[in-house]
Design a binder for this molecule. Structure first.
Ligand code: 9YW
Length: 432
């Protein structure tokens, strides 16, 4: 295990550039929001300074309204499409003047990442001092979400793009693509020059992705206009669970700091969100949490690894958690499957090779492991952990992995980018 951990550290060190990490070479040459946070957890185990720098650089790109972008374009490389000239963050009046970025965000992991860094730290006093210098920015980010991304004041925030979900081409979005008819764009894909096209989204899917951005750009990325007009407007259980988890971490950390000025507000958001989450996003028949299509006012009734992520944020009651875990084991946990496929293996939309349509992802496994442990499902948590270690040992630090065990015989069941940062970072955390 020591050798594996050393390899993981090398991956992280190689992907660390000037003050920030790239998710992996060539395929993703910039800083991504949730990657950055998860990477900091890995660094915290062996190089706290880099972990701190990672978060600082991320927060340095925050907009005046508290928004944190999903990609920060630190360099001019053209190995990724769509780049800064397509996204045009400058259209928003409050965007960063220092960095070009996208005009969309990603799951807000920063709050819980700070708490993880504190947990891991061997010098708690120093780490708490560091946290004090950045925590208000994370609070501002939550303030942005709760005040700008919840038009009906429900306690649940929307995402307006599949790239905001982090689960880019999940089959769940197919239902939304059916409601749209975007123009055929002419553009040059870069991802498929680095990775087999069979493992990436289709050209037609990209047309949808670009079209939603064009609509947002037409209105200078105004949150109000997006809420009114975007054809994609979804309450996502993974995104909201991460916000809730991070929000709880902010409460815990402010209390540790002895600063109570924002705690009341954070608790108000927290209580309202957890309640709304349980009332609206739990599907009794499926026995797990699902997405809600706010534009078309209908639930999107599919099981995915996101359906179980609320365990990590302590959202379900123990009773509900029992139901969820039973469903997870029945549908995702057969002996021929590694836990946890990103989409329901019993669905006809399942594809164990294609990105978020089925493969196992290390970040979701990490959250699931923590969530299961928290609720006392020790054996299943251990299986998630062992499955995670095994697929990395057999194949390398890939971006995602085939969920079918039979595919793992010759070490070629890792897909997408290799030497992928969060796979390395979260493995380090699991091993410690
Ligand atoms: C893209 C960087 C990102 C992740 C996303 C993942 C993928 C990039 O890679 O998206 O071009 O679509 O889906 O969650 O942050 O690792």
């Amino acid at each position: 295990m020591k050798a594996l951990q050393e390899r993981a550290q090398t991956v992280l060190n190689n992907n660390f550039k000037e003050g920030f990490s790239i998710p992996c070479a060539k395929l993703y040459p910039f800083q991504w929001f949730w990657d950055s946070g998860l990477i900091a957890i890995g660094f915290a185990h062996f190089d706290m300074q880099k972990a701190e720098q990672e978060i600082e650089t991320l927060l340095d790109a925050q907009w005046e309204n508290g928004f944190i972008p999903h990609i920060i374009f630190h360099t001019d490389t053209d190995t990724y499409f769509p780049g800064p000239d397509f996204h045009r963050s400058d259209l928003h009046p409050q965007s960063s003047k220092k960095y070009k970025s996208t005009g969309m965000t990603q799951p807000p992991v920063t709050g819980f990442v700070l708490e993880e860094m504190y947990r891991i730290s061997k010098d708690k006093v120093a780490t708490l001092k560091y946290i004090e210098t950045v925590i208000d920015k994370v609070y501002d980010n939550h303030n942005y979400f709760f005040t700008k991304r919840d038009p009906q004041n429900e306690g649940l925030v929307y995402i307006y793009h599949n790239w905001e979900s982090g689960t880019d081409n999940s089959p769940i979005w197919d239902d939304i693509w059916d409601t749209m008819d975007p123009p055929e764009y002419t553009f040059e894909r870069r991802d498929t020059t680095h990775v087999d096209a069979a493992e990436r989204p289709s050209k037609r899917e990209y047309d949808h992705y670009l079209y939603i951005i064009d609509i947002a750009k037409e209105h200078n990325y105004s949150d109000e206009k997006i809420a009114e007009l975007s054809p994609f407007l979804v309450q996502d259980p993974l995104f909201n669970a991460i916000l809730i988890k991070s929000n709880q971490s902010l409460i815990n950390l402010y209390e540790l700091l002895g600063d109570y000025s924002k705690v009341e507000q954070l608790k108000q958001w927290q209580n309202k969100s957890v309640k709304a989450f349980n009332d609206k996003l739990f599907d009794e028949e499926l026995g797990a949490y699902i997405h809600y299509d706010l534009r078309n006012e209908k639930p999107l009734r599919y099981l995915s690894s996101s359906s179980f992520a609320p365990l990590y944020a302590n959202i379900p009651s123990k009773e509900r958690a029992d139901v969820m875990v039973k469903v997870m084991m029945e549908k995702f946990g057969g002996d021929q499957q590694y836990l946890c496929a990103s989409f329901d293996p019993t669905s006809e939309r399942f594809n164990p090779k294609k990105y978020w349509r089925g493969p196992v992802w290390i970040n979701l496994n990490w959250m699931l492991f923590k969530g299961l442990k928290q609720y006392g499902f020790s054996e299943i948590a251990e299986r998630v952990k062992q499955d995670t270690i095994e697929i990395i040992e057999k194949n390398g630090f890939y971006e995602y992995f085939d969920s079918r065990k039979e595919m793992h015989k010759d070490g070629t069941a890792g897909y997408g980018g290799n030497d992928f940062s969060w796979s390395a970072a979260l493995l380090i955390d699991l091993l410690n």
